[in-house]
Design a protein around this ligand. Structure first.
Ligand SMILES: Nc1nc2c(c(=O)[nH]1)N[C@H]1C(S)=C(S)[C@@H](COP(=O)(O)OP(=O)(O)OC[C@H]3O[C@@H](n4cnc5c(N)ncnc54)[C@H](O)[C@@H]3O)O[C@H]1N2
Ligand code: MOO
Ligand SMILES: [Mg+2]
Length: 431
């Protein structure tokens, strides 16, 4: 039996969804570590945060002005301002010592505690004295309603409520919430260290000259970039030729340092496609080989002691698609992401893609953009699996269901691979 089939006899190719499910079910998030909040940007939160107090922690002023009893200001107008005695000034960060009684006001700043007795804040602009300091009497020119310009205690985040859940990448909002609740040390998942081994006797490294039959190893650098963007730590091995011994020598001594291994090339049925042998020698059990997706059909997935081995195609575009659909979800799962699968959107196809319907789903490199509030997607010209150039500018993959074709103007399923720009429509977009 051919080596590619030896450990995967009679296995039918999996659908993309089934293959993703196999990967996600076989993996668990890595252990948790604690790091300073300031270093946590982009890391994945491994703890829930329950508000241990109200935010804001006290009723506070939202304006610079006067804390008053709203009832006292009834009937106030620019012609007939209501005079109130100013009995205290409370800067932000200080506690009031007095209570606002009838006919009284306390000068407050934005962020100041609202003194007892007051139920509204009149901003300086609505007083006759404007911004003048040291006024003993303030003349209120606009009637206040109870609650005016006051942020109520707990109105933002109430004590006891769950304000953050684990599995989200920490960004600006999460950092603000963590800081608000005094989480100086944040529990995050350890970042997955992902070994990357390009295989192929035709490969030379980036600094090496080409000679007949050789090409430069581009996959390692492409995969490393994708891994990094998914929160992993890529560990690049030097590319090796199509020899199991050479592959073993490259990765076996480092397996303990790795949380995952990605190999590129050697997964099809060629005489020198030796990845099945490598995985077998490493003691990894194949979970699937081949998916109903092109490019990247012959992808192989194996697991050893809870560590995933992704045998992705050597063809650069196939490797890219294999990464988006399978490797990155696996890496995100290890990294603790609650939603590790790629984002999908629907967008209107603007151009024709000539490829005939085939049995597997096709994933066409494409450029997703927004114009006039709608998403559009333009399929790249070169769709051959071996192409690199058409990856440039591709921030999405148009998914064409097996056995079907798509027409320009149709709304299609799109796998998002990166940010998309907003482009003002220069030419009339297709509808
Ligand atoms: N008889 C068959 N042949 C092939 C089949 C098939 O079903 N029957 N499937 C084709 C498909 S589809 C794909 S995809 C490829 C998969 O190839 P491998 O994963 O075995 O990869 P290689 O054979 O090692 O290389 C393929 C291609 O990619 C180039 N390559 C490899 N590594 C790199 C790298 N690190 N950087 C840049 N380019 C790389 C390599 O030179 C080859 O041109 O198999 C088809 N064949
Ligand atoms: O699956 Mo291969 O990547 O179609 O060319
Ligand atoms: Mg091959």
């Amino acid at each position: 039996m051919h080596r590619a089939f030896a450990d995967a006899p009679n296995r039918a190719p999996l659908s993309v969804e089934d293959a993703q499910a196999v990967i996600l079910e076989s993996l668990a998030p890595l252990p948790v570590e604690r790091i300073p909040l300031v270093d946590s940007d982009g890391r994945v939160l491994a703890q829930a945060v329950v508000a241990d107090g109200d935010v804001p922690p006290f009723d506070r002023s939202m304006m610079d002005g006067y804390a008053v009893r709203a009832a006292d200001t009834a009937g106030a107008s620019w012609e007939r301002p209501v005079p109130l005695a100013v009995i205290e000034e409370v800067p932000a960060g200080c506690s009031p010592t007095r209570r606002v009684g009838p006919g009284e006001a306390i000068r407050v700043m934005t962020g100041s505690m609202i003194p007892e007795g007051a139920d509204a804040v009149v901003k300086f602009e609505n007083t006759a004295e404007g911004y003048n300091r040291n006024v003993a009497t303030v003349h209120v020119r606009v009637p206040a309603r109870p609650g005016d310009n006051i942020a109520k205690k707990g109105e933002d985040m109430a004590k006891g409520s769950v304000v953050l859940r684990p599995g989200v990448p920490i960004g600006a909002a999460e950092a603000a919430v963590l800081a608000t609740f005094g989480v100086a040390e944040v529990a995050v998942y350890r970042r997955p260290v992902v070994g990357i081994l390009a295989t192929g006797s035709e490969l030379v490294d980036v600094h090496e000259p080409l000679s007949p039959g050789k090409i430069r190893n581009s996959n390692s650098y492409m995969v490393a970039s994708l891994i990094r963007a998914a929160g992993g730590v890529p560990k690049l091995f030097s590319a090796v030729g199509d020899s199991v011994e050479a592959m073993l020598a490259a990765v076996e001594p480092h397996l303990d340092e790795l949380d995952a291994l990605v190999t590129t090339g050697g997964v099809s049925v060629g005489d020198y496609d030796l990845i099945p042998d490598l995985y077998e020698r490493l003691g990894a059990t194949t979970r699937f080989w081949k998916v109903l997706a092109r490019p990247g059909q012959p992808v192989r997935y194996a697991v050893r002691d809870g560590k995933p081995f992704f045998g992705i195609s050597g063809n650069p575009a196939s490797a890219f698609v294999n990464c988006q659909l399978f490797v990155l979800p696996g890496v995100r799962r290890l990294g603790g992401w609650a939603h590790p699968l790629p984002r999908t959107v629907r967008a209107r196809l603007v151009n024709a893609c000539s490829a005939p319907p085939i049995k597997p789903d096709r994933f066409l490199r494409a450029r997703l953009y927004e114009a006039e509030g709608e998403l559009f997607v333009e399929v790249a010209k070169g769709q051959s699996s071996g192409m690199i150039g058409s990856l440039v500018g591709a921030n999405a993959l148009v998914r064409v269901k097996g056995g079907t074709a798509v027409e320009p103007g149709q709304v299609v399923d799109v796998v998002v691979c990166g940010e998309w720009p907003s482009i003002p429509p220069k030419k009339k977009a297709l509808r």
